[in-house]
Write a protein that binds this ligand. Structure first.
Ligand code: F3S
Length: 292
């Protein structure tokens, strides 16, 4: 069985930066906590907890003195509240997310009707919405875009991890909604690269494993894209979820991982799949012995 890793996979620049900032704050005096999980990967959150970095869901829960803003970012109100509460702020918002936030802010200030193309419930989209002064519309599908009313000035901003192809389709619908349109294509290249590499690989293998948090939007989308490309795909979080039965009759396996998936988990999965042939042989031998 041959095992291939997608050309681009795993931690992106923004996540690496956020983890480094969080780990560096463990060395600060007092206790540092992230506001919500720093990234959408439960195993990484657990590892940070073991290094002394806690997590709170709201500023009111803070007992320490340093708050770490996660890569998805937050609205302006959180910075204000943290300042009033006298908290130190370590801002791990990904610079690409910051750009999307600032685009929404300036478009809204210039009286553009802001439309965020993204998932309404995603924390990053919520933060961009906050920066629009709560005035943005959020659309995730072509159908939702069609419902947007025509207006004098329309500004479009993308969730950084949104599919480039879907964004194009939605923009094609929105383009008829105004004569004055500004588009901030704030999709980050890490997402595009991972998506293209995963699709390419899924067209060359019999089975794809996509690794990453079940709560990670970009990992879920990678798995969807591989599956849409016609390849049998499993979205797993850890090596423990792998079932040997998946590999019967499989010759080529592709592995991809979301931008919030730590290297050590990718390595564990890669090694287990590499050893799969011997695991399957052992299973066959056991089965024959049981049958005897
Ligand atoms: Fe930032 Fe893109 Fe990663 S937005 S957090 S570099 S996926």
């Amino acid at each position: 069985m041959e095992v291939f890793l997608a050309r681009h996979n795993g931690f992106c620049y923004g996540v690496k930066r956020a983890i480094k900032l969080a780990q560096d704050s463990a060395a600060l005096e007092g206790k540092a906590c992230t506001l919500g999980p720093i990234i959408h990967n439960p195993q990484m959150v657990e590892r940070l907890a073991s290094e002394g970095i806690g997590m709170v869901d709201t500023l009111q829960e803070m007992t320490g003195d340093t708050i770490i803003i996660r890569s998805h970012g937050v609205g302006p109100q959180v910075y204000e509240e943290a300042g009033v509460a006298g908290l130190q702020i370590v801002d791990a918002t990904c610079p690409h997310v910051k750009k999307a936030q600032m685009s929404a802010y300036s478009l809204s200030e210039e009286n553009y009707q802001v439309v965020i193309v993204g998932e309404k419930k995603h924390p990053e989209v919520k933060s961009i919405f906050e920066w629009s002064g709560h005035k943005a519309e959020v659309v995730e599908t072509v159908e939702q875009a069609a419902q947007i009313k025509t207006c004098l000035k329309l500004g479009i901003v993308a969730q950084t991890t949104f599919s480039g192809e879907e964004f194009k389709k939605i923009v094609n619908v929105l383009i008829d909604k105004s004569n004055d349109i500004k588009i901030a294509r704030t999709i980050c290249t890490a997402t595009d690269q991972r998506q293209k590499a995963a699709i390419e690989l899924s067209q060359e293998v019999d089975l794809m494993l996509v690794i990453g948090g079940k709560n990670s939007a970009n990992t879920t989308r990678l798995a969807q894209l591989c599956s849409n490309a016609g390849c049998k795909t499993h979205h797993i979080e850890t090596v423990q979820e792998i079932e040997t039965g998946w590999f019967n009759g499989i010759h080529k396996v592709g592995i991809s991982a979301g931008a919030s998936t730590p290297d050590w988990i990718i390595k564990e999965v890669y090694e287990k799949v590499q050893n799969m042939e011997s695991l399957l042989e052992e299973q066959d031998i056991k089965k024959i012995q049981e049958d005897d």
